[in-house]
Design a protein around this ligand. Structure first.
Ligand SMILES: Cc1cc2nc3c(=O)[nH]c(=O)nc-3n(C[C@H](O)[C@H](O)[C@H](O)COP(=O)(O)OP(=O)(O)OC[C@H]3O[C@@H](n4cnc5c(N)ncnc54)[C@H](O)[C@@H]3O)c2cc1C
Length: 134
């Protein structure tokens, strides 16, 4: 009889859950400890008086990483959740009024430029640098 190696993972954020699932796949006996009531770490919500707030990620960065993660287990992202493009992407509230971030890149660039001259070009540069190579 082989005794399974045991491992304890502290924290159930993306990192902890990812490590736990890979170690379980590799045959380890995994236990995840989480101090909060729900799993997910920073990727959680706060509900107050009928309003829901994202407490961490708003942008679905690097979709390829999520696809690759699920593929390691013979699954697809769409087996678990459905992505829906939001437009505007989000709304920033100021002391007075708000700013909507448009989903369309050219419109977002124009918005950046209207707030700070040169910022549109900087947005273009950082987006090109962050682009996923497929
Ligand atoms: C305001 C904000 C906005 C963000 N926006 C984006 C975004 O738009 N797009 C994006 O991709 N990323 C975004 N991020 C980053 C993203 O949320 C984090 O990179 C990611 O969630 C971190 O995951 P993690 O597993 O490393 O850590 P965490 O999510 O912090 O998980 C750590 C877990 O460990 C638990 N823990 C800690 N100590 C203990 C203990 N002693 N015992 C038990 N449990 C413990 C915590 O409760 C927590 O659940 C944002 C983060 C913040 C805060």
């Amino acid at each position: 009889m082989t005794i399974k190696k045991k491992v304890i993972i502290v924290g159930s954020g993306f990192a902890g859950l990812s490590a736990a699932s890979f170690m379980a796949k590799a045959g380890w006996d995994v236990t995840v400890f989480e101090k909060n009531k729900t799993a997910g770490g920073r990727a959680c919500q706060w509900n107050e008086q009928g309003f829901t707030f994202d407490m961490g990620p708003s942008f679905y960065w690097m979709p390829d990483v999520f696809e690759r993660y699920f593929a390691q287990f013979g699954k697809k992202v769409s087996d678990y959740y459905k992505l829906q493009r939001l437009d505007p992407s989000y709304r920033i509230f100021w002391d007075k009024g708000f700013t909507d971030l448009p989903a369309n890149f050219e419109s977002a660039k124009a918005l950046f430029e209207s707030i700070e001259p040169g910022a549109g070009e900087k947005l273009e540069k950082i987006s090109a640098r962050s682009a996923v190579q497929v």
